[in-house]
Design a protein around this ligand. Structure first.
Ligand code: IMP
Ligand code: MG
Length: 181
């Protein structure tokens, strides 16, 4: 599994620093608000569980699941597989995502959630891959790190459901996803 990584992009220690900083910013910005963290399954789960522990104000959490990816290439089609349990009316919703790539997933999710009248709706993404953006209107409010247009794995991010348990973010060797297409 570890041989499939070309190189480590963000180490475990650096991830911890990045997530602590985001948590501190969110703590500051959402004082006296009704914060609900909405995480997009499954990729953002590792980030979500670390981030929520760095947020030092009361908040609740909820999950939704979408699908758009097969292998390393976006199909361009986004659909909801699991919706939220909670009513978000009047809540300050912060979407917690693993990576903002083409922007299709977040554009779809934000358009759906906005119709439910949250008090506010913002996006926190661990990674931003601006070079891959197709939907330019989607902009993150909080970004952990910006990455080049390469396929990354680990810390929740997968390739065909593999590598999510790596404690760091790495670049997947090209031959692994090119051979399987
Ligand atoms: P978007 O809709 O193209 O912005 O894609 C968002 C989703 O695609 C993310 O939540 C990830 O699950 C997945 N994704 C995009 N780029 C990568 C990558 O480099 N590695 C792993 N998953 C990715
Ligand atoms: Mg995802």
């Amino acid at each position: 599994m570890f041989n499939d990584a070309e190189r480590i992009l963000i180490s475990e220690a650096d991830l911890h620093k990045i997530v602590s900083k985001l948590g501190a910013e969110i703590t500051d910005d959402y004082k006296d608000k009704n914060l609900l963290l909405v995480s997009v399954l499954k990729g953002a789960v590792v980030f979500m569980t670390d981030l929520m522990r760095e947020i030092k104000i009361p908040c609740s959490i909820d999950f939704m699941a979408t699908s758009s990816y097969e292998g390393a290439k976006s199909t361009g089609v986004v659909k909801i597989i699991k919706d939220l349990d909670e009513d978000i009316t009047g809540k300050d919703v912060l979407i917690v995502e693993d990576i903002l790539d083409s922007g299709r997933t977040l554009s779809y999710i934000t358009s759906i959630l906005l119709k439910r009248n949250p008090a506010s709706l913002k996006i926190c993404t661990l990674l931003d891959k601006p070079a891959a953006r197709v939907v330019e209107t989607v902009q993150p409010d909080y970004t952990g790190a910006t990455v080049e247009d390469e396929f990354v794995i680990g810390y929740g991010l997968d390739y065909n459901e593999k590598y999510r348990n790596l404690p760091y973010i790495a670049i997947l060797k090209k031959e692994i996803y090119q051979n399987s297409k």
